[in-house]
Structures are given as C-alpha cells and as structure tokens.
Design a protein around this ligand. Structure first.
Ligand SMILES: *[C@@H]1O[C@H](CO)[C@@H](O)[C@H](O)[C@H]1NC(C)=O
Ligand SMILES: *[C@@H]1O[C@H](CO)[C@@H](O)[C@H](O)[C@H]1NC(C)=O
Ligand SMILES: *[C@@H]1O[C@H](CO)[C@@H](O)[C@H](O)[C@H]1NC(C)=O
Ligand SMILES: *[C@@H]1O[C@H](CO)[C@@H](O)[C@H](O)[C@H]1NC(C)=O
Ligand SMILES: *[C@@H]1O[C@H](CO)[C@@H](O)[C@H](O)[C@H]1NC(C)=O
Ligand SMILES: *[C@@H]1O[C@H](CO)[C@@H](O)[C@H](O)[C@H]1NC(C)=O
Length: 268
C-alpha cells in the first residue's frame, strides 16, 4: 500500500500532467485561453509556441463575453498544492495557473452544457458567489415533525420554514442545469428554491445508507415562501412504512436537513 506521502506525491504528479495536457491543447475556436502578460514559463511561452498575439485584443472588450481570462481574475493561491509538513496526511490539491478554465479537457466525459446527464459530465461553469457566514440559509421542517405518525394513503402537506434564503427563483432544469454561477440578492442572501425528497427506510433505527436514485416522493418548492414557510402537498399520502424526509436548497448550497416520520393507519 502506498503511504500517504507517496500518495500525495503521486497526486502532485497527476496534477502536473493535467496541466501539461491543458497547455498542450489550446484550441477552442477563436479562444485565447492563455493569460495575458504572464511570464515565460506560462502564457507568453505558450503564445510564442502557438503564434498567438498577446496584444491583439481590442481594448474595451467586454470581459463577460471575452474568451480570455482577465489577469485580475487569476487566483494565485491555486498554484499551491497545499502540502505542508505540519500535516503529512494532507492530500495534494490539483493546481492551476489559470483557474482551471480548461479543466474539463482533462476529463473524458461530456461537458454538462446545461443538461442533466445521467452518464455524468464535467461542468466548467464557475461556482460564483459563496455566502458569508452570517448569510447562510437554514431550514427546519414545521410539518411533519420528527417521529410523526401520519395516516397512510391520506393527503398531507409538508411545511418547511426557511431562513436567510430568497425563495421563488428557479431556472429551466432541462436546459440550464448548473449553467450559471451562484448569485445572491443585494443583501448577500442566496436566491433560489428548495427541494424535498421522501425516501422509504427499512426501519426507524436502520443505519443503512439509502440508494439516492430510489425515492418515494420528490418535489421542487419553487413558489415564494409564505411568512418564511414553503409548502408541498403530498397527494394521497404514503403507504404504510417508515420514511425519511429531507430538504435541499438550491442552487449549490447543499445543506441537508433530514428527519424521520412514520406513515401508518394510526396516528393523528
Ligand atoms: C499584435 O497585435 C497588435 C494589436 O492588434 C499589433 O499592433 C501588433 O503588430 C501584433 N503583433 C504581431 C507580432 O503580430
Ligand atoms: C482586465 O480587467 C481590468 C479591470 O477591469 C482592465 O483594466 C484590464 O484592461 C483588463 N485586461 C484585459 C487584457 O482586458
Ligand atoms: C504550513 O502550515 C503552517 C501551520 O499551519 C503555516 O504556518 C505555514 O505557513 C504553512 N506553510 C505553507 C508552505 O503552506
Ligand atoms: C449516455 O451513454 C450512453 C451509452 O454510451 C449513450 O448512448 C447516451 O447517448 C449517453 N447519454 C448522454 C446524454 O450523453
Ligand atoms: C428524531 O426522533 C428520534 C427518535 O425519538 C431521535 O432519536 C432523533 O434524535 C430525533 N431527531 C431529531 C433531528 O430531532
Ligand atoms: C394504501 O394504498 C395502497 C396502494 O393504493 C394499497 O395497496 C394499500 O392497501 C393502502 N393501505 C392502506 C392502509 O390504506
């Protein structure tokens, strides 16, 4: 078995060869995927090799439509694998001189390209806004409560109280799946919607991880919250059994809160 140090070194080598791959492979049509003004070890050398002209961009190009990474956007810290003798168990991070803009060229799968691809995919869209600690969303189920007994096969309404979250926003999940960076409202709070999923569990005390592709009920809560409460009707309820109810807020902040309740012919 490789020691963790060997593993880290191996990862570092892999990271280097990824970079080499990315460097060797410039060619999205019309794209200048190098960094203007970088030293001879980086883009300038690359530009010489490929014949690109680093000064050929018209001044005033819109950075939001340009195919070139603006030099102010380069995250220098990404060249550091993070290995540090203070913790020999650390795994080396992949590193990049260009914010990984061409990372998906190293992955032998389709680009996500706005689609939910069941085969898996690689998404080059940046993550965008990360939330401040005091803006993180949270939620708590109002109904049903943990351990509630519900009457089987009987319609009920799930209610979820949300905090620090601007509700009611959702985009086309067929064509725009993970297709844009996360944004916030002017106050720095996440804008989006929630999903709930109800999954059958073997028993109240079961510790077996569930198969995420199998679920009893799933629904996006796309409407605006009413007094901070989102609601979803589960028409005809659930068959007798023990269920787990979980919610996820989208986009991107995959905080998960779950509880268990029981659907039964008894209860109240
Ligand atoms: C690079 O582009 C600039 C601006 O278009 C031009 O003035 C310059 O002559 C070009 N240099 C080369 C080597 O092609
Ligand atoms: C990068 O962005 C800065 C700040 O907006 C701008 O001054 C600079 O001209 C841009 N660089 C290029 C190569 O467009
Ligand atoms: C290694 O970790 C120590 C302790 O956290 C820190 O002070 C030091 O700057 C780190 N060195 C590098 C090269 O990251
Ligand atoms: C997923 O893979 C299968 C088998 O290779 C292929 O037929 C199908 O087109 C792929 N689906 C997508 C969305 O790429
Ligand atoms: C839910 O109820 C079970 C059984 O009483 C308890 O063990 C568990 O801690 C509860 N979970 C939460 C999130 O309240
Ligand atoms: C609930 O509905 C299912 C499917 O319609 C049925 O098989 C089952 O007997 C019902 N159970 C109860 C307790 O009503």
């Amino acid at each position: 078995m490789l020691s963790s140090l060997q593993f880290a070194v191996l990862s570092l080598l892999l990271a280097v060869s990824f970079l080499e791959l990315a460097r060797g492979a410039i060619p999205v049509q019309g794209g200048d995927f190098y960094l203007p003004g970088r030293g001879p070890s980086g883009a300038v050398k690359e530009a010489k090799r490929t014949g690109h002209n680093l000064s050929s961009r018209a001044p005033g190009d819109d950075p939001q439509s340009s195919l070139t990474l603006n030099e102010t956007q380069v995250q220098q810290a990404l060249t550091n694998s993070g290995l540090n003798a203070s913790d020999p168990a650390l795994t080396a991070s992949l590193t990049s001189e260009n914010n990984f803009i061409n990372f998906c060229m190293t992955q032998d799968v389709a680009l996500t390209n706005g689609a939910q691809n069941a085969n898996g995919s690689c998404n080059p869209t940046p993550m965008g806004r990360l939330l401040a600690r005091d803006k993180m969303p949270s939620s708590k189920f109002k109904y049903p409560k943990n351990g509630s007994l519900l009457i089987a096969n009987t319609t009920f309404t799930v209610q979820l109280t949300v905090r620090n979250f601007e509700t009611g926003l959702y985009s086309n999940a067929e064509t725009n799946f993970f297709s844009a960076p996360q944004t916030t409202n002017a106050d720095g709070f996440l804008r989006g919607h929630s999903h709930i999923v109800i999954e059958k569990v073997a028993s109240y005390t079961s510790e077996e991880p569930l198969d995420p592709s199998v679920f009893t009920f799933f629904k996006a809560m796309n409407a605006e919250a009413d007094n901070n409460v989102l609601s979803v009707t589960v028409t005809n309820g659930l068959q007798p059994g023990v269920y787990r109810l979980a919610s996820v807020r989208y986009p991107h902040v995959h905080l998960q809160i779950s509880l268990i309740f029981i659907s039964d012919q008894y209860g109240h």
